[in-house]
Design a protein around this ligand. Structure first.
Ligand code: NAP
Length: 251
């Protein structure tokens, strides 16, 4: 049974790996046996050291994924360093909090470019390598705002709706190539992304009150879902958006 979740010999490319959910999933995949290419626009060397302390290989790449052409550079680096990409975790994402009436074109474009456009083109670049072995696992990080509208985060909600639809569109095309494409929709997790919410006593209290688990999530809460979707355990699962939210969506 354990071998179903074994990632020994696999290479994972994780974006936004220096902190938060990206760091948590990187360490989960490494604990299951995967080597890791960590991509971020800030240094991720400390997380690479944590991966090595688990006995796996790790390489850090500093790259702005909002730039055109960055997807190809990331996948080329993984192939150069490890020979292949087996697992892609499309995790890097940003949020802009402003009422819709005042929302700027820049805040729209910045969020859509990283959260939706780069997710598609990274998946495309990784799949071009995965198809050579007729095997690959793509995990896109969506959000509860793939289902709900959120408050004062219109471009973020639009981008995460797009992530869910990109996931299904690619799953349809690539199942026959042996490539699984799924998404994780995290609930409210304690990271930099939610710092403003957690510092607002009214919003923070209202959010906590609705979570049946009675606590905010932490990055480690995504490790099981990430390992499942990265491993042979999910070989007949594709096009799925897996909610990991302490029960929020059940309310
Ligand atoms: P986070 O702590 O802000 O981490 C995001 C990472 O992505 C950071 O390392 C960030 O670097 C990096 N990044 C930002 N822009 C980038 C760019 N242009 N190129 C490369 N890397 C870039 O966020 P998180 O909470 O871990 O979120 C990770 C993912 O989960 C995101 O897609 C987010 O939307 C999603 N999510 C989070 C929650 C939550 O409650 N936290 C809930 C649902 C979904 P900097 O720190 O330097 O900007």
């Amino acid at each position: 049974m354990t071998s179903l979740f074994d990632l020994s010999g696999k290479t994972a490319l994780i974006t936004g790996a220096s902190t938060g959910l990206g760091r948590g999933m990187t360490l989960g995949l490494a604990a299951a046996g995967a080597d890791a290419l960590l991509v971020d626009h800030v240094a991720s060397g400390a997380v690479a050291d944590e991966v090595r302390s688990l006995g796996r290989r790790a390489v850090s790449l500093t790259l702005d994924l909002a730039q055109s052409g960055s997807a190809a550079l990331a996948v080329e680096a993984a192939v150069r360093e490890f020979g292949k990409v087996d697992i892609l975790v499309n995790n890097a994402g940003i949020i802009r909090r402003t009422p819709a009436m005042d929302f700027t074109e820049k805040d729209w474009d910045d969020v859509m470019t990283l959260n939706a456009r780069s997710v598609f083109f990274l998946a495309q670049a990784a799949a071009r390598d995965m198809r050579k072995r007729r095997y690959g696992k793509i995990i896109n990080i969506a959000s509860l705002l793939a289902f709900q509208g959120g408050i004062r985060v219109p471009s973020y909600a639009a981008s995460k709706g797009a992530v869910a639809q990109i996931t299904k569109a690619l799953a349809n095309e690539w199942a026959a190539e042996g490539i699984g494409v799924n998404a994780i929709a995290p609930g409210y997790m304690a990271t930099n992304n939610t710092k403003a919410l957690r510092e607002d006593p009214a919003r923070s209290g209202a959010i906590l009150e609705r979570i049946p688990a009675g606590r905010w999530g932490v990055p480690e809460d995504l490790q099981g879902a990430a390992v499942f979707l990265a491993s042979a355990a999910s070989d007949y699962v594709t096009g799925h958006v897996l909610v990991v939210d302490g029960g929020w969506m059940a309310r």
